[in-house]
Design a protein around this ligand. Structure first.
Ligand code: ADP
Ligand code: MG
Length: 700
């Protein structure tokens, strides 16, 4: 079967609904999907029955409400279609009520104190805007119904509820902006997302020998391989056959799920790759990205590989992120981030741009927080990923326009793209973009979209998008509040744009985000530099944040506090697992191996000395000294880690505990790692108990 035949074959899409539902029912569903609102229970019954029939034809035996709790991944609980047997027969059924609502026991999902365990009820409710699909797993074929997940009292316990609310909010506020410019036709503004997903592949047999990869998704030990990424021979390099076979299968599986995976290439680090889909409506993109991550893991296993989605599987080479490409488009086909041929005179675009500058500058702390996770701490600001400081890259053309407006109140010209002569007579003159790319910026304008590059590779893109939509909606709302009252719209609009650009120009930075100069410069500009996840959490509950999220009914103060608490807990638990894994590996693998090696050296010294009393054993002695010193250091760091982590785990305040894990446990982990990594360079390879960086990265 060709791509066209398999694409979307596992999706209960709008087309399938149109074919299978009575006209009237389809019209009711379609209206609710496009405009929000509810469908009647009779309609739900008809849709459920059609959905069940379709899924059973695909081999499905079970259905699940598929949701996204605050663990960062998805959750599902399978129920079969079977009804109570009567006279030895059963009929397969999915009722409208089962389609629309579920009630999983919510007590074991993170709620950050929103719900005490004896109030265990949580509800999942069908999200009609994202299509249902079937998943083919070893457990059988499962019908998955995308849902939101809320508590008994209606607070969001998931990533999707706030995302959907933020999409409605930005639509409403962006419509007010386009109305100012005379657009009366548009009824809706959609946030679009195209997430580029980076990942590593590792051989499964080698993976299974590394407890750190198994328990934490990253290596906690490992001396650098003789070769890293310095030759720059991996990026866009020829894809190895085994990896190519994985990619081909992955694409097929994604296409079946209606995920338009399109771009694939080798990334910078050895064994690192990237996949990008074609962009789509934000909440569908969020679901599809979750499915992409899940499918990557599943298909990798079928190829004897493991897919590592951690932000930093290996020290010393690049980590993985997710480039979250974001734009806003009307239902009449206009992209609000399209500057057009003359951005200097495109007033609507300039107003949108000015509002985004205001939003990003004002809520830089929240955007940084939205991309924080434990793994990303290993990556941000490490000379390979964006720095932990939020800034906007506009490129030469737009920066010049902003400069003109800031200096003169208006812009009167724009830099044009030119022709590029390669100097090769047979190659035609190329049209050159007016702007070069910048790889170091966390928030870069790339032609007709912004690329939020700070997000971690394993993270959900829901939260960053919710934050982005909401902060920009606030700026749009303020602009509309002012300009809807304007007597002379054009003059006042220009004035408003100039005012915002003046106030928020400090957020624009087109230089090298990896340089130390930028850190100093950002500090002079007063831009926040939140270096680690723990530092970002307070941003959630500032008065500024509460006011913002309450104004647009995205989060209540209680929901924000609960999310802060969950982040602290997540941080502490994750670092604790890493610490315990290190203690285990040091105690069970590395220290015994080093003792073994030192015994060999001792025997070698004795053997040589007795065979040849004047023989030179200085090399063996010096190695033995080094091994003994490092053994001592490793053992002392390990013991330190045991006692320190016991102390910190006994703390009761979640915030203080997370701080202590960061400030007091992480440095001891680094001490232990450093001793073991030095030992690795000395100890005989055949005694070394685990695969090395070279084995893991170069033998895929
Ligand atoms: P890059 O130039 O960063 O390598 P591409 O131009 O191929 O990447 O685009 C990267 C991602 O951005 C893709 O997922 C693509 O579909 C998405 N994208 C393109 N245009 C838009 C848009 N207007 N809004 C959101 N995402 C977009
Ligand atoms: Mg990109």
């Amino acid at each position: 079967m060709g791509i066209a035949d398999i694409f979307g074959s596992n999706v209960f899409s709008e087309n399938v609904m149109r074919e299978r539902l009575p006209k009237k029912v389809f019209a009711e569903v379609k209206y609710a999907m496009d405009n929000g609102g509810r469908i009647s229970m009779e309609t739900a019954d008809v849709v459920a029955a059609a959905m069940k029939d379709w899924a059973v034809e695909k081999g499905a035996t079970h259905y699940t409400h598929w949701f996204q709790p605050l663990t960062g991944i998805t959750a599902e609980k399978h129920d079969s279609f079977i009804t109570a047997p009567s006279e030895g027969r059963t009929i397969l059924q999915l009722s409208g009520k089962q389609l629309i609502m579920g009630e999983p026991d919510a007590s074991s999902f993170p709620s950050g104190g929103l719900r005490s365990t004896h109030y265990a009820r949580g509800y999942t409710a069908w999200d009609m805007t994202s299509p249902a699909f079937v998943k083919e797993k070893s457990a059988g074929v499962i019908l998955c119904i995308p849902t939101v997940f809320v508590s008994y009292t209606g607070e969001a316990l998931d990533q999707k509820t706030p995302l959907l609310k933020s999409m409605a909010v930005i639509s409403e506020q962006a419509l007010r902006i386009v109305r100012l410019f005379g657009n009366t036709a548009a009824k809706k503004v959609t946030s679009f997302l195209g997430p580029e997903q980076e990942y590593f592949l590792v051989d499964r047999e080698k993976y299974l020998k590394r407890r750190d990869l198994i328990y934490t998704g990253r290596t906690l030990f490992g001396a650098p391989a003789p070769k890293g990424q310095e030759l720059e021979d991996q990026y866009f390099g020829v894809i190895r056959e085994r990896v190519g076979a994985f990619m081909a299968d992955l694409n097929r599986e994604l296409w079946k799920l209606g995920i338009p995976a399109t771009t694939q290439h080798n990334e910078v680090a050895p064994a690192q790759h990237e996949l990008a889909p074609i962009y789509t409506v934000a909440n569908i993109a969020v679901d599809q990205n979750q499915l992409t991550m899940e499918t990557m893991k599943r298909v990798a296993t079928q190829h004897g590989l493991v897919c590592l989605l951690h932000e930093k599987p290996y020290a010393g080479v690049n980590g993985s992120g997710k480039h979250n490409n974001w734009s806003l488009g009307t239902d009449t086909g206009e992209n609000l981030l399209e500057p057009g041929d003359s951005p200097d005179t495109n007033l609507q675009f300039l107003l949108v741009l000015a509002c985004i500058m205001q939003a990003v500058d004002r809520h830089a702390d929240l955007l940084r927080e939205s991309a924080a996770n434990v793994g990303n701490d290993q990556r941000l600001g490490a000379q390979e990923a964006p720095p932990a400081i939020i800034s906007i890259f506009l490129g030469t053309q737009l920066e010049d326009v902003v400069d003109q407006i800031v200096e003169n109140g208006v812009a009167t010209s724009h830099l044009k793209g030119s022709k590029l002569d390669t100097g090769v007579a047979t190659v035609p003159l190329l049209n050159k973009d007016a702007t070069d790319r910048n790889r170091t910026s966390p928030f870069a304008f790339t032609g007709n979209k912004f690329e939020f590059r700070m997000v971690g590779s394993s993270d959900s893109i829901a939260n960053p998008t919710t934050t982005l939509n909401t902060v920009v909606a606030e700026a749009f709302c303020e602009a509309a509040d002012t300009l809807e009252k304007a007597a002379d719209f054009e003059t006042e609009c220009k004035h408003y744009i100039a005012k915002l650009m003046k106030e928020h120009r400090r957020i624009i930075f087109n230089g090298n985000g990896y340089s130390d100069d930028w850190v100093a410069e950002a500090e002079r500009r007063g831009l926040p530099n939140l270096r680690c996840m723990v530092d970002t959490v307070p941003a959630l509950t500032t008065d500024k944040a509460v006011k913002l999220f309450e104004k647009f009914h995205i989060f209540s103060r209680a929901e924000l506090s609960s999310r802060a608490e969950i982040m602290y807990e997540m941080y502490s638990k994750t670092v604790n697992i890493e610490a315990q894994t290190m203690i285990h590996m040091a105690g069970k693998h590395y220290i015994p191996a080093a003792i073994n090696f030192s015994a060999r050296l001792g025997q070698a010294i004795n053997a040589v000395s007795s065979a040849c009393p004047d023989g030179d054993v200085s090399v063996q002695r010096s190695l033995l000294n080094d091994v003994s010193r490092l053994l001592h250091e490793a053992q002392s760091a390990k013991q330190g880690l045991i006692s320190e982590s016991e102390r910190v785990n006994a703390m009761t305040d979640v915030c203080a505990m997370a701080r202590a894990f960061h400030d007091e446990i992480v440095p001891v982990m680094a001490r232990l790692r450093s001793a073991v990594d030095e030992l690795e360079l000395i100890v005989d390879k055949d005694i070394w108990p685990v695969p090395t960086y070279g084995d893991l990265m170069f033998e895929v």
